[in-house]
Design a protein around this ligand. Structure first.
Ligand code: FAD
Ligand code: FES
Length: 366
C-alpha cells in the first residue's frame, strides 16, 4: 500500500513537472514576438524563446535538419547577420572558427531573443511544406513497415532518387521532426513511400508504426545531397545498404530499372537475420530477368530455423570478395549506420572507386 502511494506520488510529480515545462514553453512564446528577416526580405513575426529552426518553419523556410535539431548534423547552417544568441558548444564542434567568424550558425542552436536578420543559401530555399495522407501500411520485415502516402491538395512532390523528407510530429510540449528517405521512384509525383524501422523507445518511428490509413501528416522536403543525378545514371553503380538504409537505394534502383539498366548495377544488402531482410524476393526476381543487375544479400546473424544458405558476415566483407571491372568509373551509394558506411567506403576505395564518387548519407546522428 505504501509502495503504491510512493509510485502514485512520483507519477503525479512527473506529470506536474511536464505540465510546468509545457506551460513555461507557452509562456516564453507568448512573452513577445520578434521580427525575423530572411535574405533581406519581408520581416516575419515569430515567437521569442524558440530556436531559429522552428521559427524559420513558421516563416515558410524549411531547412534540412537530419538530426532533428539536436545540433549534431550541421545541416541547418545559416548566416546570422544581426540579433543571434551566444554560440553554443555544439556549434564550436561543428563549425570552424573561420566559419563562425564569417557569421555561420546552426539554426537549431540559435534562440530567438530579439529581432534577427539572417541569410539562407538559395539552394536551401527549394524545400516546401506538404500534407500527406497515409494510404497503406505494410510490414515488410521484423520492425520495418513500408508506408504509402498520397500528397494532398494540388501539390506535387518533385525530388531526386535518394533524397529524404522530414516529418513533423507534435508532442505535448514541442513539435519535433525526423528524417525519412523516400523509397519510391521519382516518376510518381502524387505520392511516395517510406520504409520505417521501429526504434525501441523511438518517438516518431513508434508513432508511424501504429498509424492507420487516412491519417494526414505534415512533411517538408525534399532534402539531401546523396541522390542519383541524370549524369550518374550512365555509370556502373554499386548500391550498399545496411538494414533500412535500403530505403533511398530502392528509389535509386527503381529509377535505374525504369531507365533500363544502362550500365551494370550491383546491390549489396546487409541485415542481421532473414527476418530483417526485406524485398529479397523482388530483388532475386529482378536479377533473374535483368543480367545487368546483380543482388548480394548477407546476414550477420542468420537464425538456424531460417535455413539461410547465402552469404554470412558483414556486408563490407561480401563486397570485398567481389571484382568490379572498370572500378574507376563506378559511382557508389552507401546508406546505413555510420560504422558500416565507414567500413564499406574503405573497401570501395581499396577496390579503386574514387572517394568523390562514393555518396553516403548517415541515418544516425546521436
Ligand atoms: C537523412 C536521414 C534519413 C533517414 N531515413 C530513414 C528511413 O528511411 N527509415 C528509417 O527507419 N529511419 C530513417 N532515419 C532515422 C530517423 O530519422 C529517426 O532517427 C529514427 O526513426 C528514430 O526516430 P525516433 O523518433 O523513433 O527515435 P528517438 O525518439 O529520436 O530516439 C529514441 C532512441 O533511439 C535511438 N535512436 C535514434 N535513432 C536511431 C536509429 N536510426 N537507429 C537506432 N537507434 C536510434 C536514440 O539514440 C534514442 O535512444 C533517417 C535519418 C536520417 C538522418
Ligand atoms: S538540425 Fe541543426 S545541427 Fe542538425
Amino acid at each position: 500500500m505504501q509502495a503504491l502511494l510512493v509510485v502514485l506520488l512520483i507519477n503525479a510529480f512527473i506529470f506536474i513537472l511536464c505540465a510546468l515545462v509545457a506551460l513555461s514553453g507557452q509562456f516564453l512564446r507568448q512573452s513577445g514576438e520578434a521580427d525575423l528577416t530572411v535574405n533581406k526580405g519581408v520581416a516575419h513575426q515569430v515567437g521569442r524563446g524558440q530556436s531559429l529552426l522552428p521559427a524559420l518553419a513558421e516563416a515558410g523556410v524549411f531547412l534540412p535538419a537530419a538530426c532533428g535539431g539536436k545540433g549534431t548534423c550541421g545541416r541547418c547552417e545559416v548566416k546570422v547577420i544581426a540579433g543571434g544568441s551566444a554560440v553554443t558548444p555544439m556549434e564550436t564542434i561543428l563549425l570552424s572558427p573561420q566559419h563562425l567568424q564569417a557569421l555561420a550558425r546552426l539554426a537549431c542552436q540559435v534562440k530567438i531573443r530579439q529581432n534577427i536578420e539572417i541569410e539562407v543559401a538559395e539552394s536551401l530555399l527549394a524545400a516546401k511544406l506538404l500534407r500527406a495522407r497515409l494510404e497503406s501500411s505494410q510490414t515488410v520485415a521484423e520492425d520495418i513497415k513500408t508506408l504509402q502516402f498520397s500528397i494532398q491538395g494540388n501539390e506535387e512532390l518533385v525530388f531526386k532518387p535518394g533524397q529524404y523528407l522530414q516529418i513533423f510530429y507534435q508532442m505535448p510540449w514541442e513539435r519535433v521532426l525526423r528524417a525519412y528517405s523516400i523509397s519510391s521512384p521519382d516518376s510518381v509525383k502524387n505520392g511516395f513511400s517510406l520504409d520505417v524501422q521501429r526504434v525501441s523507445g523511438g518517438v516518431v518511428s513508434s508513432y508511424l508504426h501504429q498509424l492507420q490509413p487516412g491519417v494526414e501528416l505534415e512533411i517538408s522536403g525534399p532534402f539531401g545531397e546523396m541522390f542519383l543525378s541524370d549524369e550518374n545514371a550512365h555509370y556502373p553503380i554499386i548500391l550498399v545498404a545496411g538494414g533500412v538504409g535500403l530505403a533511398p537505394l530502392r528509389s535509386i534502383l527503381e529509377k535505374l530499372r525504369e531507365l533500363g539498366f544502362q550500365k551494370p548495377v550491383w546491390l549489396f544488402h546487409g541485415a542481421r537475420s532473414r527476418r530483417n531482410l526485406y524485398c529479397e524476393e523482388y530483388f532475386r526476381d529482378l536479377a533473374k530477368s535483368n543480367e545487368s543487375f546483380r543482388y548480394f544479400p548477407a546476414l550477420s546473424n542468420p537464425l538456424l530455423e531460417e535455413g539461410w544458405v547465402g552469404s554470412r558476415g558483414m556486408i563490407h566483407e561480401l563486397l570485398e570478395q567481389q571484382q568490379f571491372a572498370d572500378a574507376a568509373a563506378v559511382v557508389a551509394f552507401v546508406c546505413g549506420p555510420t560504422p558500416m558506411m565507414q567500413a564499406v567506403t574503405k573497401v570501395l576505395v581499396a577496390k579503386g572507386v574514387a572517394s568523390d564518387r562514393i555518396l553516403t548519407d548517415p541515418f544516425d546522428f546521436s
